[in-house]
Each structure stands twice: as C-alpha cells, then as structure tokens.
Design a protein around this ligand. Structure first.
Ligand SMILES: [Zn+2]
Length: 50
C-alpha cells in the first residue's frame, strides 16, 4: 500500500519526547531526551524519571 500526497502521521516514540527527570545526587529537576540521561547541573547519570 502506497499513499502519495496525503498528510503523514508520525507516531513519536516515547524516547523522542522530553521527559522530566530528577537527579539523585544534587536533587535538581530537568527535562531530557533519550536513554543516556545526565544531570545538566552536576553531570551525574544517577537520575530517575520524575
Ligand atoms: Zn545533579
């Protein structure tokens, strides 16, 4: 099946949406993308989804 000229629906994966994280080291909150999450404040990767 081939659709030409119509609008294309793009499904965004979870990983493409900014998610809120919280740094367990400095307690800062931030938004980030992807799997390799690092705190922008202290550079720690010890972060959890908020
Ligand atoms: Zn931090």
């Amino acid at each position: 099946m081939c659709t030409v000229g119509g609008p294309v629906d793009i499904d965004f994966d979870e990983g493409l949406k900014p998610k809120d994280y919280k740094c367990k080291d400095c307690g800062g909150s931030f938004s980030s993308l992807g799997k390799n999450i690092r705190c922008p404040t202290c550079g720690s990767d010890n972060c959890i989804a908020a």
